[in-house]
Design a protein around this ligand. Sequence first.
Ligand code: FAD
Length: 508
Amino acid sequence: MSQQPLQPLVQPWDAHNQKLVSNVHPADWKNPAPAPRYNLVVIGGGTAGLVSAVGAAGLGAKVALIEKHLMGGDCLNVGCVPSKAIIRAARAVASVKEAGEFGVNVPDGVSVDFGRVMERMRRLRADISPHDSAKRFSELGVDVFIGAGKFTGPDTIEVGGQTLRFSKAVIATGARAAAPAIPGLSEVPYLTNETLFSLTELPNRIGIIGAGPIGCEMAQSFARFGSEVYLVEATHGILPREDPDAANIVREQMARDGVNLLCCGKDLKLAKAPGGVRLQVESHGKGYDVLVDQLLVAVGRAPNVEGLGLETVGVAFDKKGVKVDDRLQTTNPRIYACGDICSPYQFTHAADFMARIVIQNALFKGRAKVSSLIIPWATYTSPEIAHVGLYEKEAQAKGIEVDTYTLGMDKVDRAILDGETEGFVRVHVRKGTDQIIGATVVAGHAGDMISELTLAIKGGLGLKTIGATIHPYPTQAEAGRKVGDLYNRTRLTPFVRKLMGAWLAWTR
Ligand SMILES: Cc1cc2nc3c(=O)[nH]c(=O)nc-3n(C[C@H](O)[C@H](O)[C@H](O)COP(=O)(O)OP(=O)(O)OC[C@H]3O[C@@H](n4cnc5c(N)ncnc54)[C@H](O)[C@@H]3O)c2cc1C
């Protein structure tokens, strides 16, 4: 099987990438002879497809999984896994740079071997890849077909010249980086998440378009490695989805790391220049004209709907992706969809849990609803920023009145000892109650801390219960318990306080 279509996803062609590809797109893979009929045929072998396939097979269904590029999809190959490996290396750089604050002398300062940073990432990605491999899924009872899947009839999908018959099918073909309408973009060389992780040399100057999660994570990392970073964002500040004060804490840290944020960017123009790209933009009334060696476009995602034969089977779609109802059924009742192809929540964990819904609904006539999922998310900058449930503005828009409790990380002993006092835990409860309806955490490990609040929402545990839960001292997670204390203190009404005072005076 040719490796040609896999370029440039897996450059350089070193031992690590060869190991990766031998797992997720083996050159010698022989597609099996199709079964007469499958309970479920899944198109797309990213998280959504893998979880659908393996979950269904584990329950005894006859399942086929079709993947045209790399099993593991974006997350393993060009998304979460490589980006987090890079972020870890950038955090190491920051730790060394800040070592003096901890009384640790680093005599010669920091020098980054970017080639080794990327090599480490490729090694770790390859080490993780057996988990998503064609071999493993085959051993778990899934018929794995490498090739592009396409609907050809009401119950047929074609792949590599073979026809698979299905009772139910799942579209899990994900999304890809979209090319935004920026003057000059089509004439200049640029990176997306599909090519960024193939870099082997640190750019002296990098322009990044879009200050969403991917743009911010990479801007901070490349600045920490020593690149001159220009982060261009059309709106004010960064991470437009998050509370402005939360995003601002991250923005300030990114500025300290050296990121040049060009927000409220207007009249962005790109042009070819010797050795790179000329980037012109106006930010807050000031004109910028910089030459960058590399340009990363990190705005917008386009759903992978092309070439699937969706029209043949009456599956409706638009520029946001495949249309599904709350039960993840498409406009063809035999066909379901899950993951980035049909969701505004483009996260691996969301794809995973949507796949679980599809298994229940497609195979067992279940009634599980995607709207019942409580989906947290995190951006892995330093500090991290994580959120679950409603933002205050969303609660207001829905007419829900809230009480909000916010505790600064500077009130948490472990955060003080770690030197990570920038941030807060903010919890919104339904007014007059302790029912949690949303929370934002900005902290060194906010992505870990948000799970407690997610569990509370999911399990119907109130803020009072979190306040009454013993957390080990000293941990940063104690911040959650302390927010619970803030709530519990409000229960101490003047009347109760008076009553307690009287009791104590009487029993003295
Ligand atoms: C840089 C980056 C960092 C990210 N970091 C995080 C993170 O930290 N945490 C997080 O939760 N999420 C993160 N994400 C998002 C996460 O990667 C996606 O939400 C997740 O991969 C979606 O999974 P999926 O299965 O829906 O789609 P995908 O992973 O895109 O998989 C779809 C698969 O379908 C295949 N396919 C498409 N068409 C066909 C066809 N016709 N036939 C056969 N196969 C086909 C594709 O080749 C692909 O392998 C990140 C994304 C990026 C880009």
